[in-house]
Design a protein around this ligand. Structure first.
Ligand code: PLP
Length: 357
């Protein structure tokens, strides 16, 4: 039955974020930057020990087990940590909490496409300064009046990492607005802006368990800042939904944080695989900005990205492609296991040679 237009006219029509595909069949999945390794065995143990009876109770609204273990891990107080249902939840709440001046929020033209979606949903004005021709964020573009700033570091989908002085320059030029650094991929890159929290009251650092901690399916993200901004964030959360983190996620998240050795080991392997993958891609003629995340954003001067994307998909190898301005020549390739990457390169080698361009 068609819904009448009188009914539709007062319904919010949102322009949604389009996530990468989650195919049901078994494929080589290099399209959504998940970790190819399982989470720490301590997570499996926590799941095994989880008490189904306790599910009749609401979980701890403060998510204390998790905020406390993260606070300890980063050497901050627990009132400086906010936990959400993935960093998507955390960042969405940040938009709602901190971007209320009516002035445009700034984020790069090529970046995590969810920022635009949240701004649209909440009616927050925004402007998108262009990355330069090498896909780098131009810091001076963020030295003007604004209603807040957000950028990922490393940026997505470019995988380019900016050193701490870059973030600090942006913080220094924007003392009166909130600057959010989305560090979804920081563990594969370099120094975190976390160390600037004590120095700048306008800084919020957001991280996630989805990539480096192999727990995308559990949905855990967090923000670290000063107690006052974290309190504002909590007040908005409690005005929306008190019980965001479920009981098993609390236990599994805390268990994961305790296994530093496993965490470091898997990150090291992914970085090694990435560095080797860069060499392989170069040998095949691909070009890409230096990747510091768990993915590479690459183009081939002789092949259309769309054509490669589809040929790969036919082989059951999923990568990410956007038919969008400035980036339609590029593929974003998540770093899988060495074996998965070998299947990818075997195919590309044959494909590129057979064509003989
Ligand atoms: C993956 C990603 C997120 C969101 O991750 P969650 O799974 O919601 O924690 C946020 N920002 C960027 C840049 C990402 O790539």
């Amino acid at each position: 039955m068609a819904v009448r237009s009188e009914l539709l006219k007062n319904i919010r029509q949102a322009e949604p974020y389009v996530p990468g595909e989650q195919p049901r069949r078994k494929v080589i999945k290099l399209n959504t930057n998940e970790n190819p390794y399982p989470p720490s065995p301590r997570v499996a143990e926590a799941l095994r020990n989880a008490d189904a009876d306790s599910l009749r109770l609401y979980p701890d609204p403060e998510a204390s087990a998790l905020t406390e273990s993260l606070a300890e891990y980063y050497g901050v107080n627990k009132d400086q940590v906010f936990v959400g249902v993935g960093s998507d939840d955390v960042i969405a709440l940040c938009f709602l909490t901190f971007f209320n001046s009516g002035k445009p929020v700034l984020f790069p033209d090529i970046t995590y496409s969810f920022y635009k979606v949240w701004a649209g949903l909440y009616g927050i004005p925004y402007e998108c300064p262009k990355l330069d021709e090498r896909f780098k964020i131009v810091r001076e573009d963020y030295y003007r009046e604004n209603g807040g700033i957000i950028f990922p570091n490393p940026n997505a989908p470019t995988a380019i990492y900016e050193e701490l002085d870059f973030t600090e320059d942006i913080l220094r030029h924007n003392r009166d607005t909130i600057v959010i650094v989305d560090e979804a991929y920081i563990d594969f890159a370099g120094r975190s802006a976390m160390e600037l929290i004590g120095k700048y009251d306008n800084l919020i650092v957001v991280q996630t368990f989805s990539k480096s901690r192999s727990m995308a399916g559990m949905r855990i993200g967090y923000a670290v800042s000063n107690p006052e901004l974290i309190r504002c964030l909590n007040n908005v959360k409690y005005s929306f939904n008190s019980y965001t983190i479920n009981q098993p996620a609390l236990l599994c998240g805390a268990a994961a944080v305790k296994d530093e050795e496993y965490f470091r080991d898997k990150i090291r392997i992914i970085i090694e695989t990435r560095e080797w993958a860069k060499e392989e891609l170069k040998r095949l003629g691909f070009e890409f900005p230096d990747a510091k995340a768990n993915f590479i954003f690459a183009r081939h001067p002789q092949y259309s990205a769309k054509e490669l994307f589809e040929a790969l998909k036919d082989q059951g190898i999923y990568v990410r492609y956007w038919d969008a301005e400035r980036i339609r020549d590029y593929l974003r390739i998540t770093i899988g296991t060495r074996k998965e990457m070998e299947v990818l390169f075997d195919f590309l080698r044959t494909y590129i040679q057979a064509d003989g361009k």
